[in-house]
Design a protein around this ligand. Structure first.
Ligand SMILES: Nc1nc2c(ncn2[C@@H]2O[C@H](COP(=O)(O)OP(=O)(O)OP(=O)(O)O)[C@@H](O)[C@H]2O)c(=O)[nH]1
Length: 509
């Protein structure tokens, strides 16, 4: 393939299980990859798609899109529909430029149809195309009804359905597929501009399959999300920490010397056991980071119906990896008062944030310190998705809880400390008054408390303001100074913000 003249565009084919995605991909494709059309023996045995499948068709490059390329190659990324395979769908969605949503005309909108739209809204800037499949099995009334419902649902999303709903039958009971030519025209017409393939970023090659080829070596197949690579370049295969030279490369069975952002490419290396790698990332040595913590800017998924609490466990997907992780959520109290909200859109280690036990669908801007149970390879400004994949799929509930953009990788290394405070309240009593300026407090601390950490903090006693000045004795008592000389007896109330993650574990007011 002449990579200079063919532009590769990745179209994700998503939808509920059995809606006919693989059948539609089969009807559209003219070029098959090694991972196409449910080739794996397990897929064939179970009759469902278990992994991402890749195949393609080519059309002449529409003149309004580019004069630099002759062909537009549409690579179809066939995602599994089964609910338990949502992590594979999310991984697939991270490499696609546009989504083709397949809906079974006999069933209408189903649970994973809705989840696919949620994923699409998170990951895609452009519109989506809807293919209503199996139209050979329904009458016109039913078809009109389903179409009305789909339009009603899409009107509640960011996708305007300007391309209409394409009616197809990918594998009709009788005769040839229906509506395929119109679908290809709609796909080509829906591309307003070619996605940017700027190449000054570090290489990020997302590997989705790995297998041996006798007499050649080991082949990894995947998609380049950033950067480019050439035959002879050295790759670092991140989860394994090994470096290998690229012996040869292929794009859909055609040898190529170079591949760039957006290309689906197979890379052959030698001296490496394919069993060691299922999925992973390869990059130029020492450019990508393996992280276990990140500060993320959080966006809540409105369809998620369960609480999203600090420290609760979620399945966190980033690129093609899904690991367990938890978040400590925090919000910015300053944001609304700021004259320049734009500046504060990004996390700033100089601001004081408020700890949140639970995030809610409000106007607040939320961030989180994300901690993963095992490290993943990522870049700053990458998308992560938090989901509860163990929610019973029969409950028909949306399992995707929030998304986030990685703003600070390894915050403990890259920020001095993160100023996130948690409002706290402590209550004690005045034990006795020593003089008009001094009282002794009791019942607020125990004898192990390091009271020096509370020195300087204000307390309120019966409406009067005092300041904690020192401990008193060894039983947790403390001395309060009343600057106005108006010491009173009564309840002592201390309200303060405890700083989280401050290495000195100090408190601030
Ligand atoms: N009558 C009819 N049957 C169809 C049509 N398209 C697909 N089917 C049938 O629907 C079933 C599911 O099709 P697949 O293409 O495997 O569906 P899928 O969405 O890829 O399935 P998963 O990947 O497992 O989610 C198969 O038995 C197909 O033969 C169609 O247009 N008309």
């Amino acid at each position: 393939m002449d990579v200079q003249r063919t532009f590769n565009y990745n179209l994700g084919v998503l939808g509920h299980i059995d809606s006919g995605k693989t059948s539609l991909v089969r009807a559209l494709s003219t070029i098959l990859s090694t991972a196409a059309l449910d080739k794996s023996p397990q897929s064939q045995e179970r009759g469902i798609t278990l992994d991402l499948g890749f195949s393609a068709f080519r059309i002449e490059m529409p003149s309004h899109l580019s004069r630099d390329y002759t062909d537009l190659q549409i690579t179809l990324v066939d995602c599994p529909g089964h609910a338990s395979l949502i992590r594979t769908i999310i991984a697939g969605a991270s490499i696609i430029d546009k989504m083709l949503l397949v809906i079974d005309a006999t069933k209408g909108i189903q649970t994973q149809t809705a989840e696919c739209i949620v994923i699409g809204e998170l990951l895609l800037k452009s519109s989506l195309i809807v293919a209503l499949n199996k139209v050979d099995l329904v009458d016109q009334d039913k078809l009109n009804n389903v179409e009305k419902r789909i339009n009603a649902m899409l009107s509640m999303t960011k996708f305007n359905n300007k391309f209409g709903i394409l009616k197809v039958a990918a594998a009709p009971r009788e005769g040839d597929p229906i509506g395929i030519r119109e679908l290809i025209e709609a796909i080509s017409g829906s591309i307003d501009e070619l996605p940017s393939r700027i190449n000054n970023e570090p290489l990020y090659y997302e590997i989705d399959h790995c297998f041996p080829i006798k007499g050649q070596g080991t082949v990894m197949t995947g998609t380049i999300l950033h950067g480019n690579m050439r035959v002879g370049d050295t790759l670092e295969i991140i989860p394994l920490g090994i470096q290998k030279k690229i012996k040869s490369m292929e794009c859909f069975h055609q040898p190529v010397n170079e591949a760039k952002k957006g290309d689906r490419v197979g890379v052959c290396v030698t001296g490496f056991d394919s069993k060691l790698l299922e999925r992973g990332v390869a990059s130029t040595p020492n450019t990508l980071r393996v992280i276990q913590k990140s500060i993320i800017r959080v966006q809540i998924i409105p369809h998620y119906k369960f609480p999203i609490k600090s420290k609760a466990k979620f399945h966190i997907t980033c690129g093609n990896e899904t690991v367990m992780g938890s978040c400590v959520f925090f919000s910015s109290p300053n944001l609304k008062n700021s004259p320049n909200e734009e500046d504060l859109e990004r996390f700033s280690p100089d601001m004081l944030y408020h700890y949140e036990d639970e995030v809610t669908k409000s106007n607040k801007k939320y961030w989180a310190l994300l901690t993963l149970e095992s490290p993943i390879c990522t870049l700053a400004d990458s998308l992560v998705i938090g989901a509860k994949l163990d929610i019973d799929v029969n409950s028909k509930a949306c399992r995707i809880a929030f998304s986030g953009i990685t703003e600070v990788l390894d915050p403990e290394i890259s920020c001095d400390f993160i100023k996130v405070s948690k409002p706290k309240k402590k209550v004690g009593q005045v034990d006795r008054i020593q003089d008009p300026y001094t009282a002794i407090g009791v019942g607020m601390f125990n004898k192990e408390t390091d009271i020096s950490k509370f020195v300087g903090l204000q307390v309120k006693v019966n409406g009067k303001i005092g300041v904690i000045v020192s401990s008193f004795g060894k039983s947790g008592k403390f001395k309060i100074n009343f600057p106005e000389g108006d010491a009173v007896t009564g309840e002592v109330v201390l309200e303060f913000n405890r700083l989280l993650w401050d290495p000195r574990n100090q408190m601030v007011q």
